[in-house]
Ligand binder design. Structure first.
Ligand SMILES: *Cc1c(COP(=O)(O)O)cnc(C)c1O
Length: 364
């Protein structure tokens, strides 16, 4: 038997979450955001699973798109940060990639490039997040210049919301308003132009953001984008299960300590189970004592500091724990967001920074 630390990815769950995204999207089209190795779930297996459900995949950069092409994925792919050089534009055009244009340099590159096939361009407006995008005042000028280029096949207008995960925050309304106002004149002249605003949170909580294309990422993996409970999250099926097994059990007396730095002190005679998973496998070192961990489907608590290869659990209140028992760090029965909170982070970060160390199992 080998080390029992595994990451199981349920591809049916991802397909079901994508169908749920499509049901929320109504007439809008869904692109599947599979950047950062499909949020740590494996870009190629995820893309294969979703290829019959979506018309467009979305990644951050050329390298991520070419990995998909090398894996035999032929679906069009959108690059969210666009291209970083004229050479990349050539590669994008040759590989059926679509590019975001979010600044003037990228426009200039597109003007000067000599592409064999024209590319579809997603012109990004900064509607208030102030991360990427041109000013709304420049929309018409950029659009008209793009339209004249032989290198440009089609133009879609897009923006990104900063606080869609906070359903009470009026920022989303202000951003959608600014975006609509910025593109109004352009749309009068070119009424066929399609638009895209929504990420997962917007798709789930802001119906007015749906437009013609929606861009869900995190929800495809069954992870809620919201910090607070949201009714739509009940329809998400977690795709990643991070699991291991108990490899040692011991009794400690009151006052004895567990782990590096002796941060955990037994308040009573306790039973401690050692599990073969640590920060070297992607379990967050920042997780505090008390973080929930499932042992035989019962809740136990992290006791002391996370080591590179192991964690210790207080299993005093669980009946009958044995070496070899199943442990779920997060997954179908324990939401990754709950663990993330104990480590002062979000589920997005935990799943995207999983190292390759743990064995991966894909369920079709
Ligand atoms: C990552 C990203 C998305 C997907 O966001 P989720 O919160 O994972 O749904 C959508 N649009 C842009 C521009 C992104 O960078």
């Amino acid at each position: 038997m080998s080390r029992p630390t595994t990451i199981t990815v349920d591809l049916q769950a991802i397909k079901a979450n994508c169908s749920f995204a499509q049901s929320l999207a109504g007439n809008a089209k869904v692109m599947a955001v599979i950047k950062a190795d499909a949020y740590g779930h494996g870009a190629i297996p995820v893309a294969r699973a979703l290829a019959s459900q979506v018309e467009l995949f979305t990644v951050s950069c050329l390298e991520e798109a070419l990995t998909l092409r090398d894996g035999g994925i032929t679906t069009p792919i959108l690059l969210l940060e666009g291209c970083f050089s004229p050479l990349e534009l050539v590669a994008a055009a040759n590989n059926a990639l679509q590019v975001v244009i979010h600044n003037r340099q990228q426009l200039t590159q597109l003007v000067e490039a000599n592409l064999c096939v024209p590319v579809t361009v997603w012109l990004k407006i900064d509607s208030g997040m102030h991360r990427l995008g041109i000013s709304g005042n420049d929309c018409m000028a950029f659009y008209q210049q793009l339209r004249q280029l032989v290198n440009v096949k089609d133009i879609v207008l897009m923006t990104h919301l900063a606080s869609a995960d906070q359903p009470q925050n009026a920022m989303s309304i202000r951003q959608i308003g600014y975006f609509k106002q910025s593109i109004e004149k352009t749309l009068k002249l070119y009424p066929q132009t399609k638009q895209s605003i929504a990420n997962s949170a917007a798709l789930m909580a802001w119906p007015q953001s749906r437009a013609e294309w929606v861009r869900p990422g995190i929800m495809l993996y069954g992870i809620s984008p919201f910090a607070q409970v949201h009714p739509n999250e009940a329809f998400l099926v977690p795709a990643m299960t991070f699991s291991s097994k108990v490899i040692a059990i011991r009794q400690v007396n009151s006052g004895e300590t567990v782990g590096y730095g002796n941060t955990w002190v037994a308040a009573r005679p306790s039973v401690i189970a050692t599990v073969a998973v640590g920060y070297g496998d992607g379990y967050p070192r920042g997780a505090k004592s008390g973080t929930p961990v499932l042992v035989n489907n019962q809740r136990a608590q992290l006791a002391g500091t996370v080591s590179m290869d192991m964690i210790s659990l207080d299993v005093t209140q669980i009946d009958e724990v044995y070496i070899g028992d199943d442990v779920e760090l997060w997954g179908k029965k324990l939401p990754v967001n709950e663990v993330a909170k104990w480590a002062d982070t979000i589920g997005y970060e935990l799943v995207t920074r999983m190292p390759t160390r743990a064995r991966r199992i894909y369920h079709n």
